[in-house]
Write a protein that binds this ligand. Structure first.
Ligand SMILES: Cc1cc2nc3c(=O)[nH]c(=O)nc-3n(C[C@H](O)[C@H](O)[C@H](O)COP(=O)(O)OP(=O)(O)OC[C@H]3O[C@@H](n4cnc5c(N)ncnc54)[C@H](O)[C@@H]3O)c2cc1C
Length: 336
């Protein structure tokens, strides 16, 4: 999202960017996402939910997202839902495949390489390598719920050139998934177990228990599970909560997807327990940028998207929104 937005904006401004993609396809984690690009309805809410994040960067996202969404539509991206379904947030939903295609079309005239590896080129460089979810998941023995190529190459290059970091490099946004060895990309959204708010949550060995209410995104709960042995937990749901809905799905329906995927499920007196695993979608720590997307301390290096740290620290905000806004800003600054 960040790289293609930067390239499309650079084309619009008359440049001929070179787009280097490590993976064998374009679209990164954006292509795997639910495609909801959103911001908090009130800026104070953004601050309250992500209290450790940089206020200037948060302000830029809040102020410039709507214009970024209009820009996507002007490029030909079609909105599939005009809202987020969450009263605290505003945004638009796009089909991720169609959005990727539209952005690629908008970069027509740019040179694209997939399967790229090698020496980073000279000249203004926008880092948009998607943070390091694949590395964090491997190192911590957690499931990966993101593209497999984002292992921190941008972060390493930025640090190597003197760039500062921001946010906590251990903090991530993730979801609970059925406790299986591997979840295929096509199942990332379908198998999500998003009902921690209706469950009693205990570690697999029952030595730990999550106290209190998780936040609506449940990212605090997932990080807690990640810190428990094996990164696993039991979600135990009382019969009365099985028909509760989270977005368009009932708790019972989500449990059925876990059972069908092969996760351990126990039943006792109508109470259902599902073994889940913490999965990493996006790292929240990364390079420190200023409001022009310049990496602090690293000369003519720019960064956008999940390569940037210190935006959602302490909570979660839309990764697609941050990538869209700072991808465009990075192109404008690099050419300015
Ligand atoms: C299942 C799922 C659902 C999600 N749903 C939502 C949602 O509804 N709303 C939302 O806001 N966010 C959502 N997200 C998160 C969102 O996808 C990310 O925040 C967003 O894609 C980040 O954009 P990015 O450009 O920084 O990284 P990415 O989109 O991941 O792109 C990074 C790109 O860099 C490439 N790369 C890595 N290393 C190198 C290298 N060395 N050289 C060249 N290329 C490299 C990767 O291959 C990849 O193509 C979801 C994510 C997933 C996985």
């Amino acid at each position: 999202m960040a790289g293609l937005s930067a390239a499309a904006r650079a084309r619009e401004l008359g440049a001929e960017p070179l787009v280097l993609e490590k993976g064998d396809r374009a679209g990164g984690s954006m292509l795997l996402s639910s495609g909801v690009i959103w911001r908090h309805r009130d800026f104070d809410d953004f601050r309250a939910e992500c209290p450790g994040g940089d206020e200037h960067l948060q302000r830029a996202i809040f102020d410039r997202l709507d214009e970024g969404l209009d820009w996507l539509e002007s490029l030909g991206a079609r909105v599939t839902e005009p809202g987020t379904g969450n009263p605290r947030t505003v945004g638009r939903r796009f089909d991720p495949r169609a959005l990727t295609d539209v952005l690629i079309r908008a970069t027509s005239g740019a040179r694209h390489r997939t399967g790229w590896s090698g020496t980073w080129p000279e000249g203004p460089l926008v880092l948009a390598t998607g943070g390091f979810p694949a590395r964090l998941a491997r190192e911590r023995g957690l499931l990966l719920r993101a593209n497999p190529w984002s292992v921190g190459d941008g972060l390493e290059l930025g640090r190597g050139r003197g760039g500062e970091t921001a946010g906590d490099l251990d903090e991530f946004y993730g979801r609970a998934m059925p406790a299986v060895d591997h979840v295929a990309e096509a199942d990332f959204v379908r198998l999500t177990q998003l009902y921690g708010r209706y469950a009693t949550v205990t570690s697999e060995d029952a030595s730990e228990r999550f106290e209190g209410e998780p936040t609506w995104s449940e990212t605090d709960l997932v990080q807690q599970i990640a810190s428990w042995p094996g990164g696993r937990a039991w979600y135990t749901v009382e019969p009365a909560s099985l028909q509760e809905r989270v977005r368009e799905r009932t708790v019972a329906a989500m449990i059925e997807t876990a059972r069908a995927a092969g996760a351990p499920v126990r039943e006792e007196d109508g109470r259902v327990s599902v073994l889940v695993r913490a999965a990493v979608t996006q790292t929240l720590g990364g390079l420190r940028i200023d409001a022009h997307a310049r990496v602090r301390g690293a000369g003519s290096l720019y960064a956008a998207g999940a390569d940037v740290g210190g935006i959602s620290t302490g909570g979660y905000s839309s990764g697609l929104a941050a990538a869209l806004v700072f991808g465009r800003i990075a192109a404008e600054s690099a050419l300015g």
